[in-house]
Write a protein that binds this ligand. Structure first.
Ligand SMILES: NC(=O)c1ccc[n+]([C@@H]2O[C@H](COP(=O)([O-])OP(=O)(O)OC[C@H]3O[C@@H](n4cnc5c(N)ncnc54)[C@H](OP(=O)(O)O)[C@@H]3O)[C@@H](O)[C@H]2O)c1
Length: 278
């Protein structure tokens, strides 16, 4: 049976895509280093061919921008291997701002590889995920009550990973998304202070955002082991929020799915009800 391969299939977007496709009766193969259907490591090309066997569509993710192994070349190489193995539809998870980024940006090389692959492609450029507060880098800070980021009073239209997954699942199975790039955002820009307040109210605890000097934030990242260029990249993305760039809402979810994106408040209510912040 022809399968749909989901790279990062145990991650924030991948496992939601897999869940949707399985519910729709599609044959799915999740791929990651541990806990997925196919043992797969982007840093180990010997794992690629078994994962790609019988696959006609693939969700492609650069799972770790901090990787020091072949960061710019590994997705283009994987894309080429996927096409050689018979994949005819590629959906790439990129990020907001990559279109304007410098050539050295790893996701820029990934976008170019997918666009030049010669098969059907769709590129997703999401804003910051709402799920960063509950499954990602900010969860621990939310639990301890203080989220320190160099975002000042800046706002950003957080996008729900459920919406990203629904767009991706549709793009992996329907031709109408071919050749399209979707900027995916939530329905309104939300400040980090407001986000912390909403989460605090929903959980009955005090949660606050504390602004940090961008230089201090970069130093903290570097001393936590993040490579210097990646620390600068992350700080730059957060400073863009601080300076008001990127607060614009986009219509990618509506264009792809014909319905508006999920509000941040719905994400907060559901996540609190599921006990993820307890
Ligand atoms: N978070 C945001 O706000 C945001 C916004 C825009 C774009 N993005 C983009 O989203 C991407 C991350 O996607 P995500 O959030 O869905 O994933 P995620 O939750 O960070 O999970 C990463 C997934 O990739 C797997 N993985 C890690 N290293 C791997 C490797 N070397 N080879 C194969 N698989 C590997 C992980 O499983 P194992 O560890 O078991 O391998 C896991 O399944 C990044 O490219 C980021 O730029 C994120």
């Amino acid at each position: 049976m022809k399968s749909i391969l989901i790279i990062g299939g145990t991650g924030k977007t991948g496992r939601r895509i897999a869940r949707r496709l399985e519910a729709a009766g599609q044959p799915v193969r999740t791929a990651s280093r541990t806990g997925a259907d196919a043992p797969f490591d982007l840093d180990d090309p010997s794992t690629w061919a078994p994962a790609l066997d019988g696959v006609t569509a693939a969700y492609v993710v650069e799972p770790d921008l901090r990787s020091t192994v072949d960061r710019e070349a590994r997705i283009p190489r994987f894309v080429s291997a996927a096409v050689d193995a018979g994949v005819r539809r590629l959906v790439l998870l990129s990020a907001y701002g990559v279109g304007e980024a410098d050539d050295g940006h790893p996701l820029k090389a990934a976008e170019r590889a997918v666009m030049c692959s010669g098969v059907g492609w769709t590129i997703l450029r999401p804003d910051w995920f709402s799920q960063n507060f509950s499954e990602g880098p900010w969860l621990q800070a939310i639990r301890t009550g203080t989220l320190s980021l160099p975002t000042g009073d800046g706002r950003t239209p957080f996008v729900d990973a459920e919406d990203i997954a629904e767009v991706a699942a549709s793009a992996l199975t329907e031709d109408r998304h071919s050749g399209r790039t979707y900027r995916l955002t939530g329905p309104r820009a939300v400040g980090f202070g407001e986000a912390a307040e909403l989460i605090g109210r929903a959980t009955g605890r005090v949660v606050r955002h504390v602004d940090v000097d961008p230089g201090v934030f970069t130093e903290r990242q570097a001393s936590a082991g993040v490579p210097e260029d990646v620390a600068h990249l992350l700080t730059g993305l957060l400073v863009a929020v601080r300076s008001g760039r990127g607060a614009t809402v986009a219509d990618g979810v509506e264009r792809a799915l014909g319905r508006p994106p999920r509000p941040f408040e719905d994400y907060v209510a559901e996540t609190a009800a599921a006990g993820l912040w307890s």
